[in-house]
Ligand binder design. Sequence first.
Ligand code: PLP
Length: 426
Amino acid sequence: MTTMLHATPDTAADAIPATPSEATAAPVAPTVPAGADALLPVYKRVPVTFVRGQGVELFDASGRGYLDFASGIAVNALGYGDAGIERAMHDAIASGIVHTSNLYHTEPGAALAARLVELSFADKVFFCNSGAEAVEGSFKIARKWARRGGDAPAKHEIVALRGSFHGRLFASLAATDRPAYRLPFRPLAPGVGIVERDIEDLEVAVSAETTAAVILEPVQGEGGVRVLDAGFVRAVRELTRERGVALILDEIQCGLGRTGTLFAYEQLGVVPDMVTLAKPLAGGLPMGAVLMTQDVAGAMSYGDHGTTFGGGPFVASVARHVVDRLADPVLLAHVKENGAWLGARLREMATRTSRVRDVRGTGYMWGVDVTGPASAVVAKALEAGMLVITAGEHTLRLLPPLVATRADLARGIDILEAAIAAAAQG
Ligand SMILES: *Cc1c(COP(=O)(O)O)cnc(C)c1O
């Protein structure tokens, strides 16, 4: 197991403007690659084309560097150009097998499942190819489990929380509290509902007779970076256990080290029935997973669920390396310590400007509510050589690579503060 934390290489640091004022002096020349018109325009892409990455920075063709506080939406936990990931990919391809299907055994998927079991509450793991697939899989498993072999046909409902994001497929979208994402695609999967983040509301909504599962993100990501109260999650755990309902924790964004522990649930004092993982799991390769207890797994048998690609040997080999790196206590302590430092600096920044209304987060996952549109700040930060994303209209979302050093974080805060001021000036 390696214990590498990558500092920003000096050469890359030199490519980034040292101060925001220098940075704004050199505006971004928009570049869009040939063929971009052929892409279905479901993303409003920033007109920048990245050609290279190193450490915590991406570079465009002109050599301009961008400090990355987005990490490909919480995917690139180990940053760019990571030597260990590169080696894992080379080693994985040496067998000549990228894929065999799940009709046969290959070693990497089995080894990865065993490692995740060793590191977590889980006894069994199902692999898939994305976050939404992991969520959909967990819903199917919860229903099969809740029906206890078919003698409780009514026990099928899935309850999600206000502010949730669980994916864009029909059931995961039904569990996602974003009207704009949902409305054009109705009818969504039936039997999935959204309830306030309030234990009294849940006591009404969660029924021993009709509910199969409650799903929640320990830290809501897309919904504004909201850290759920540990006492609330423990109460949900108690309620679901009493009523024979599965508790699914969606750790696709907040899991795998981002909060300073390998799993976010470790800090809540709860043991879930299932956990969904994806984003950083395979170092940027598409992979999702559902972790579950033996009790839940016991409901599933041959033919109950499947996927052609899930857990294939190439992606699993890379994930095996990534999981070891993210489980490294040195990395986790670094995230915990520097994440607390980042939060304190952001709160200080909030006291210096009337443009920041709230700061929320934990580890390397922070939300900053601004008075104006967050997208205006994102645009100013980009001009200054920094990538940051939003979580709602007024919330900036900071998701630096977990290997970002305190110096990287400090640089990001400086650029962000200047970007907030510049956005306010129009
Ligand atoms: C991103 C995300 C998903 C969906 O993952 P995809 O890989 O985009 O399908 C689900 N849940 C949470 C919490 C996420 O952040």
